[in-house]
Design a protein around this ligand. Structure first.
Ligand code: BEZ
Length: 212
């Protein structure tokens, strides 16, 4: 099934390195970064899982839980985790799903047969506390993901959920944002954006980040 933005993230129950995971219950009221990697004992995946662990403070600050998946069995994950910890210098503090029967990989369309018949691609799903899929990324096996970008997107989603703004190209937390073009009432603009704004065009109005 192709999952699209705005769809409900499918629920599932699957084994993990932290015991069986009932996905929606495990997520609770958190945001979730759910990502697949092609296989255990592979170099790029080892760095990605280490980086995810190292970012646990950044995820917690944003009320985000991370969870990984590969189609390798639990015994393989259990042997690989010490390698990740040794080489990346961090405890693996999030669950890795052992999706050997591929139920979750199939549910989330993480196996792209023309890329690999057996391994999952590098999918990322950013899921909000209502279990709605808010962002997806798909990377090939040969390209490790940029976890700063994942955090940046979460920052944008959390900001734009709370204010009538969108984030422009290459935006980072703290940069100027754009006022939604649908917002036209001058009194409302003044009330929502007391720091003012600069209009480069009627449709392109920049304002300091409102939650700062
Ligand atoms: C890796 O994680 O290093 C990897 C996995 C599959 C193909 C190429 C690289």
């Amino acid at each position: 099934m192709t999952l699209r933005l705005g769809d409900t993230a499918p629920d599932f129950t699957q084994d993990s390195t932290q015991g069986p995971i009932h996905f929606h219950g495990w997520a609770g009221d958190h945001w979730v970064v759910f990502f697949s990697h092609p296989a255990d004992f592979t170099p790029v995946c080892t760095t990605e899982l280490g980086r995810t662990a190292a970012l646990s403070g950044e995820f917690a600050r944003r009320h985000v839980k991370a969870i990984a998946l590969s189609v390798d069995p639990l015994e393989s994950h259990a042997k690989w985790v010490p390698d990740i910890e040794d080489t990346q210098g961090t405890a693996v503090n999030f669950p890795i799903l052992a999706d050997a029967d591929r139920t979750v990989a199939t549910l989330y369309d993480m196996i792209h047969p023309n890329a690999s018949a057996t391994a999952t691609v590098r999918s990322v799903f950013i899921i909000d506390p209502k279990k709605v899929i808010r962002t997806t990324f798909t990377y090939p096996a040969s390209t490790g993901r940029n976890f700063d970008e994942i955090l940046r997107v979460i920052d944008s989603l959390q900001l734009t959920d709370g204010y009538k703004v969108a984030t422009p190209v290459d935006w980072k937390d703290g940069d100027e944002v754009v006022i939604l073009p649908s917002l036209q009432d001058p009194a409302e603009i003044a009330q929502r954006f007391p720091k003012g704004f600069r209009a480069l065009r009627p449709y392109l109005r920049l304002t300091p980040q409102p939650n700062r």
